[in-house]
Design a protein. Structure first.
Length: 518
């Protein structure tokens, strides 16, 4: 233990809470990170968990394995920094969103593996359900369009395929939660009095929460056939929920946010009009719209950005993009054009432009703003002039153009024209791509010093609730710019190339045709 953690007070040495902890439960791994008052990373421990693919389109995680993983990474993070739990002011949790866990209230045993947000087994059910009331029914209540992406269809699918499950849920024997609910329940006692709760950001991704009232919506519950007793209580994103009884005994659990909302918070996008985009396998662009609930009419999702204690909820427009970094992986692994992902920038710089070639990476359809499951990937503009350098450019530029589509939709939906885009995630190390983003968006693109924005956001929210940080302005002062890219493209070229991209997207649509009924 560091001696600096002890200070004299009333003749005694008192332990000072010097750190805030975040747990980032992601799609492939669980990380535990300690941060100090300046938002600096003190220690990190990470452990991957297994991915299960029992059938085509099915993606599952073992919730017990994830809980055991958390039990391993937390002590490692503490030990690496020589920190005791008493020195931790609070812990916040960021999590993969929409992933669905059902478990037995009495035993704490999951009823099968968790169904991951990437899982598409509910596609036929979603098509059937969405044809009944129409999109407007959902948009007025939860501001989400029916999709395999969200939790409610998964619960309904489980009810339809597991005998007796619905009755057990109605009797209060079965609990539902996304990953933060599962972890908080276990941290606070599990079957011996664990807290069954979620926060507004995660609840807003279930298709069951009313986006205006921030409570479970009775009409949505009835439509999906989900009994209210199985659902967690909805809380603010930043408030003291309780104290941990295992792993971190006595430490306050004071925040929970979906991972993309946590990244928005970690990027200190606290004012209306501020936006961030996380560039990974896919990409997620969130625009803070303040306390105004903006219902998208241009293909975006309206979601809760965060809620601090008893303050009004802050909302966001979100544009998820299915394939960005995954296109680079495809270029590397399937085409063999490069050996490592960073090599794509070097290859792309061997040419001045894309040579008129565009790649639309609709590998399994298009997300925002199109929402077309019938789209498939296309390469257009191929001539004998095209080299692998041009293809590399087209791969990177696809991320820029998809981002442009989302930003255009956001500008159309709100009166908050984008002024600057904060970026994070693995792809932001590609300077050519970041410059292209600035060029096609015609706004500055900035990358922060802190790279762990998801974990930092969960830590910030927990620290606010625990009084470790006094207000949002202190958090703003912790944010520091590492790099900036300014627009440097001729406006006529920008318009012309964007029109070409839009033509390419049109050619990707309608490739998957539903079979005619017999």
């Amino acid at each position: 233990m560091s001696p600096a953690a002890l200070v004299p007070r009333n003749g005694r040495l008192i332990m000072v809470e010097r750190y805030v902890m975040s747990i980032d439960q992601g799609t492939t791994s669980t990380r535990c990170i300690l941060f100090d008052h300046q938002g600096r990373l003190v220690s990190v421990a990470q452990r991957e968990h297994q991915q299960h693919f029992p059938q085509p389109g099915w993606v599952e995680h073992d919730a017990v394995e994830i809980w055991h993983t958390l039990q391993r990474v937390v002590p490692h993070a503490l030990a690496d920094a020589d920190v005791r739990p008493e020195e931790v002011a609070a812990v916040g949790i960021a999590n993969q969103r929409e992933t669905t866990v059902l478990w037995d209230r009495r035993t704490g045993t999951p009823l099968g593996r968790a169904i991951v947000w990437q899982d598409t087994r509910t596609a036929p059910l979603v098509e059937e359900l969405s044809s009944r009331p129409g999109d407007e029914f959902f948009l007025q209540r939860c501001c989400l369009r029916p999709s395999t992406y969200f939790s409610a269809p998964r619960i309904r699918w489980l009810f339809d395929h597991v005998d007796g499950l619905r009755q057990r849920a109605e009797d209060g024997e079965v609990l539902f939660g996304t990953m933060e609910s599962w972890l908080i329940w276990n941290l606070t006692g599990g079957p011996a009095g664990g807290l069954h709760l979620t926060d507004v950001t995660n609840a807003s991704r279930t298709m069951l929460m009313n986006i205006s009232t921030l409570d479970w919506d009775e009409e949505l519950l009835e439509f999906f056939g989900v009994p209210r007793p199985m659902l967690p209580e909805i809380h603010s994103s930043a408030e003291t929920y309780g104290t941990a009884r295992s792993v971190l005994p006595g430490v306050r659990i004071a925040a929970a946010l979906g991972d993309q909302q946590a990244a928005l918070f970690g990027q200190t996008c606290f004012a209306p009009g501020e936006a961030k985009c996380t560039y990974g396998t896919g990409s997620f662009l969130l625009l803070n719209t303040g306390t105004d609930l903006v219902r998208s009419r241009h293909g975006l999702l309206t979601t809760v950005a965060y809620k601090i204690e008893d303050q009004p909820a802050v909302y966001a427009l979100e544009g998820p993009i299915a394939v960005t970094g995954a296109l680079v992986q495809w270029f590397r692994d399937r085409l063999g054009m490069i050996s490592t992902a960073p090599e794509i920038e070097t290859l792309a710089r061997t040419v001045e432009d894309n040579g008129g070639c565009y790649i639309v990476p609709a590998f399994s359809g298009l997300y925002a703003p199109h929402w077309r499951s019938d789209a498939r990937g296309v390469i257009v503009g191929l001539t004998s002039y095209i080299t692998k350098g041009h293809l590399a450019r087209a791969v990177l530029e696809a991320t820029g153009w998809q981002t442009r589509e989302v930003v255009d939709a956001m500008n159309a939906d709100s009166s908050l024209a984008l002024k600057v885009l904060k970026v994070d995630g693995g792809m932001t190390s590609d300077n050519l791509l970041m410059q292209f983003l600035a060029d096609v968006l015609d706004v500055p693109v900035v990358r922060p010093m802190a790279v762990e924005t998801v974990s930092l956001g969960a830590a910030y929210a927990a620290g606010l609730a625990a009084g470790y940080w006094p207000d949002l302005e202190v958090l703003r002062r912790n944010w520091h710019r590492a790099a900036q890219w300014l627009p440097d493209m001729d406006p006529q070229r920008r318009r012309s190339e964007y029109e070409n991209w839009q033509r390419a997207v049109e050619r990707s649509l309608g490739w998957i045709r539903q079979p005619n009924p017999p």
